[in-house]
Structures are given as structure tokens and as C-alpha cells.
Design a protein around this ligand. Sequence first.
Ligand code: GLN
Length: 455
Amino acid sequence: AAYFLQRISGAAELNAFVDLNEEQTMHEAKLADEQLASGNKSLLMGIPLAHKDVFVTKHWKTTAGSKILTNYLSPFDAHVVAELRGAGMVCLGKVNMDEFAMGSTNESSYAGVAKNPWAIDRVPGGSSGGSAIAVAAGLSLAATGTDTGGSIRQPASLCGITGIKPTYGKVSRFGMIAYASSLDQAGPMAKTAEDCAIMLNVMAGHDAKDSTSLDRAKEDYTKNLGKTWSGEAGLPLKGLRVGLPKEYFGDGLSSDVRQAVEAAIEQLKKMGAECVPVTLPKTELSIPVYYVIAPAEASSNLSRFDGVRYGHRADKYDDLLDMYKRSRSEGFGAEVKRRIMIGTYVLSHGYYDAYYLKAQRIRRIIAQDFQNAFESCDIIAGPVAPTVAGKIGEKVSDPTQMYLEDIYTLSPNLAGLPAMSMPCGFGDNQMPVGIQLIGNYFSEAQLLQVAHAYQ
Ligand code: GLN
């Protein structure tokens, strides 16, 4: 842990970490050392990790990238934080993210933009940008992330690491500051699929404190690693049917990313996989549907930040209403305000049916499209993002353009499906590219199996 803390201070210009607590880190490391000395050799004992600043932590501040939570200290740990510590992992600190996980570039963070270790003038992706940087730059061996519409997969892709968003309900959201509760899901980010599987074993599982947590038996996500798809000797992926949605390889995809993803698909074929064309006809609608539902839920979730119970409170105000107004105006950034406005609008009387209800209906169709596709394939493969990481500042002035780039990652969240990103080469400017694998409900072990075979 001391070694990693040193690396973190040496890489301060990446702006990956937003809070450190050396004393607590070294305390956790000491406890892990004692366990190791007494013969407890469990896999994660003493392994350092970083937590996205959206998970509440007792010993580190939790700001969710927002001014409104400046200096906030939680009286308890998020479920995921407690479980990973229980397994022996040592927390190095909290990492940067877009404000309340809204964004794809880490530029909406109150702590300032975090930088892509592959090129310091480029964004790391978002919203789990700090998590991806920490792993990619060797500042930590693993990190937690959250994914509402791509926030684990997209930064993983842009920084050249592996990350998985599990099936909705697999990982408890208790203590994870809510963005859009029906889409939010936590997952591991690490160098390899194997590392992700080992972490997911600890993170996933039923938790009574989250009403959407699935009450299913614990699973071993490493159980398929190294096994052939068919279970018989021969090519590792023989019998695997990989669906290629034509909507994922259309005009919007830049040629360098296309090349890297197609090369990875060729590799899967060499390993025995068979590719089948599939269609996800409502892919394009995932953008308007997501950008109605996510802001709607966000506007409701963020109403708790009122300056009364926690977080920033305006210095000067006339009365209670004025205090709410000023605290929220000062505390939230531009992107968050934009989404609160959109969300409030689509939920308002008179517009609810036209926007929110319609979006919910199309959401159902999007989920059904995946089920149709999974009749002819076992997993779906495609790009994660249409381009490699862009330059810092390039897109801040055009939020709609930024929303459009979420095209390949939003639908799995809308459907609640597991999906992951793993590195598959490099595109323009020697920037990393990831390939996305999407599976049916509860197929995490299979996704990780394919990724592990490829890696
Ligand atoms: N980029 C998407 C958004 O801004 C997804 C973010 C996320 O998954 N948290 O909402």
C-alpha cells in the first residue's frame, strides 16, 4: 500500500485521486498483513484498490464530484466498500468522477478534469474516469466503478482496462449515491477479466438494505475461466455464437475503432467462435429514452440535497425557500442543473405521458429486442464508444454531441443486462480501444470466460 500511495503522489497531475487518508490506508494494510501472517491467504487479502467517490466511506470524504457535498463525511460505509474491506482489500482513497456520475469525460467534476494516462491532454472517459486512470496508470491494482449508461465500460475502453457492469440487482446499491436508481449498477474495474471476476465474487450478492437487490445464491464468477466454451478439449471458443448487431457497426463508428473491434472479432473466430448477424432495431432510440428516464430519476434523487441535512449551505439567505434555492444554485454544476431541469420537465403534469411514459414503453421494447437477438446468439459483441478518447475541452460546449456518443452503452442498462469492456488494441493517436461484450441476464461468468480466453 505504501508503494501505491507513493505512486499516487508522483502522478498527482492525472488528478485521479480526490481524497487520501494515509493513516487509514496503512491501518488497513497492517490488518491485512496480520491476516496474511496468521495464514489467511484469501485472494484479495492486502490487495490495494480505489473507490469511486460515489460510494460513501467512513474514513474518506465522499463528494460524488460535486461542490454540494464538499467535505461530506459519511457515518457509514457503502455495502460494496464494507464487503471488499471484509475480503481484505486495502483502500488507497477515493477517485475522481463526473458530478453525480453525469457525463462521459470526467469534465463535469467539481474536483477538476482527470487526465488520461495514455495522453495527458485527453479525457479518461467517464463517469468512472478516476477509477480507470488509477488502474491504467498503475496507481492501484483495482477500482470500483458504477455504470448507469456506460460509466464503467466507456472509461475502461478509453483507458485500456477491463470493467464489467453486472446484471441489474446483482450488486447492492446501498451507500452508492443514486443517479438513476433503475439503471445504476456497481462493478469492478481492473487490468484483466480474471481480476474482475475475483472482485465480483465479493461485490455481488443479496443485500436486504437494497430493495432491488436480487435474492439469488452467490456464484463463483471464476468458475469458467480457462475452460473451453463447449467443455470439451479443442478450440477454446468452439460452439460460441457471437451476435454482431448491424446497428453497432453503422455510420457513426469511426474507422480506427471499427478496425480494432473487427480485428478482435477475427481473433474470437480463430478461437472457434461463430459470428451471426443480429439486429437491435431500437438502438438509436436508446439515446432519447435514456435521456428522459435518467434525468427524471435524477431530478427526484437529487432533491435530497437541499442544504439542510448535509452538504453545502449558502452563507446568506432570506428564508427557508431562499436557502434551498441558493444552496442548490451554488452547489450543483451546469450539467447536473441541466438534467434536473429536463427531469422535472418530463415528469411534470401535462408532459408525463408524452415523454416519461412513452420512454418507459420503448424501454420495454429495447429489452425485448435483446431477447430476440439472444435466440440466435450467446453473447453480443460490438464497440463501446464510437471514437477513442478526445481532447480535454473538445466537447464541453456541446452536451447533445456527448449524449450521442453513449449510443452503444445505454441499451444494456435500459434492459438491465450485464455488459463489459475489455481492451482490444489501439486506434488513432495510439489511444486504446475496447470491445464490448453483452450477455443475457446472469451471464457474467460466461462474459468473463470469453474475455479471459481472449486475454
Ligand atoms: N454518459 C452517460 C450519462 O452521462 C452515462 C453515465 C453513467 O453511466 N453514469 O448519463
